[in-house]
Design a protein around this ligand. Structure first.
Ligand code: NAP
Ligand code: HSE
Length: 433
């Protein structure tokens, strides 16, 4: 008999869980027309049953016992939106063990244990989808897996953390102080429970690990991603960047040259002519370059109740359609390319360097000689008095240089007597050489 109802076990009734219920309830008719079945949230797992909820009438469904969902044979799909690694991982593996399909928004879990979860899903003939784990409401994972299946991606650049983009935008547009805007981002619900994940780049790194695995079809691991956050970005860096035509953004970069790849997350000077430079506030965007298609960009809200829920419920619709076709677990393609990581001599970038120097004759010449000796040449130099003229502030923008050479220069500068302090060093993106 053809199925007319699919029952969902929802784990989590917080920001995303609430949005999932609202969308399923509010779009019931559209969902039915697209799938031919009614989707019902049969049980909802929470930590604290006594907590007030913003949707009424669900007391019967709410439980604090995971087995009420995992052991219920009527439940076909588990939607995991509790977050974190444990017990989310155990719940998902148990759900798959029981033959239930899984939809999750959990980037921490998928970045660290995605391979194990997907392997278990394959073994059990179940679907696991995780569109909401990267860039919230932007359907970027589906675009990478399906839309780019005929192409070879060479570069992805993402603003994939809304909290840090909100902080950098406010610092740039209003001259606001980092600590004040971070508090604001927390109050607005953008930040993770521990905002260190956001500001130190770990959240973006997890998302870039997921994007790179799918986009490059290689088994990339979280530890392959080089990470630097925004906690040391100063208002001065932002102001000088602006003066030279750049916006400071926390950029997740995934680049492929031949078969070699590099993946990093770091604050970057993005030239104002690049589309990522104008992605502001809590918005996310992912720029994807394919060998055949050229440049594309995906833009939208990276977090929030309803935007994130759209991605979760769309995954749910795909699971239900697969159930009707009897093809669950068959659409997954495991990474099939060998992972070859670039070494630092092959990681090429332009750099922005700001430093305070003693104001003596010949300092600039000494600096340019040091750079030249290390294969680095300059595009732009800005110098102005510092500390009432006792010292000078120098800003340099380089041509493309190897990371190995720039790191060598930074190590020498740290001990050079003419250098008072190297204030900052950023990669530069977006302007033609
Ligand atoms: P949240 O608001 O903190 O909600 C978490 C929910 O899970 C709460 O209902 C909580 O129960 C429940 N929960 C937590 N630990 C549990 C446990 N051990 N057992 C049972 N229930 C538990 O989190 P969220 O913002 O909705 O995020 C959920 C997931 O979506 C995370 O993986 C997050 O990274 C991801 N995500 C979130 C966003 C966003 O905009 N918020 C965007 C993209 C992805 P109580 O209500 O009883 O405390
Ligand atoms: N803390 C995350 C962000 C939430 O700011 O982007 C969405 O993953």
């Amino acid at each position: 008999m053809e199925r007319k109802l699919v029952k969902v076990g929802l784990m989590g009734f917080g920001t995303v869980g609430t949005g999932v219920i609202r969308l399923i309830q509010g779009h019931q008719e559209d969902l039915f027309k697209q799938t031919g079945v009614s989707i019902e949230v049969a049980k909802i797992l929470v930590r604290d049953k006594a907590k007030p909820r913003s949707i009424d009438g669900l007391d019967e469904q709410v439980t604090d016992k995971p087995d009420d969902l995992l052991q219920d044979p009527q439940i076909d799909v588990i939607v995991e939106v509790i977050g974190g690694i444990h017990p989310a991982k155990e719940y998902i593996l148990a759900a798959l063990e029981h033959g239930k399909h899984v939809v999750t928004a959990n980037k921490d879990l998928m970045a660290l244990h995605g391979a194990e979860i997907l392997e278990k899903a394959q073994e059990k003939g179940c679907d696991v989808f995780y569109e909401a784990s990267v860039a919230g409401g932007i359907p970027i994972l589906r675009a990478l897996v399906e839309g780019f299946s005929s192409d070879r991606i060479t570069k992805m650049m993402g603003i994939v953390n809304g909290t840090t983009n909100y902080i950098l935008t406010k610092m740039s547009e209003e001259g606001a102080a980092y600590a004040d805007v971070l508090k604001e981002a927390q109050a607005l619900g953008y930040a993770e429970a521990d905002p260190t994940s956001d500001v130190e780049g770990f959240d973006a790194a997890r998302k870039m690990a997921i994007l790179s695995t799918l986009g490059f079809r290689v088994p990339l691991r979280l530890e392959d991603v080089e990470v630097k956050g925004i906690s040391k970005v100063s208002r001065e860096d932002i102001a000088y960047g602006k003066k030279l035509g750049y916006a400071v953004k926390l950029i997740g970069l995934a680049q492929r040259d031949g078969e070699e790849i590099e993946v990093s997350v770091q604050p970057t000077m993005v030239h104002k002519t690049h589309p990522l430079a104008s992605v502001n506030g809590v918005f996310n965007a992912v720029y994807v370059h394919g060998e055949a298609v050229g440049e594309t960009m995906f833009y939208g809200p990276g977090a929030g109740e309803l935007p994130t829920a759209t991605a979760v419920v769309s995954d749910l619709v795909t699971v239900v359609k697969n159930m009707k076709l009897g093809v669950n677990g068959r659409g997954m393609v495991a990474p099939y390319k060998e992972k070859v990581l670039k070494d630092d001599s092959n990681k090429l970038s332009r750099y922005f360097l700001r430093m305070i120097v003693t104001d003596k004759r010949g300092v600039l010449a000494q600096l340019t000689q040091l750079l030249a000796e290390n294969n680095i040449s300059l595009v732009q130099v800005l110098q102005q008095p510092y500390n009432a003229g006792a010292q000078a502030e120098i800003i340099l923008v380089t041509h493309q240089a190897a990371k190995r050479d720039m790191d060598a220069v930074l190590a020498i500068l740290a001990d050079l007597d003419i250098i008072v302090e190297v204030k900052s060093c950023y990669r530069v993106e977006g302007e033609e050489e």
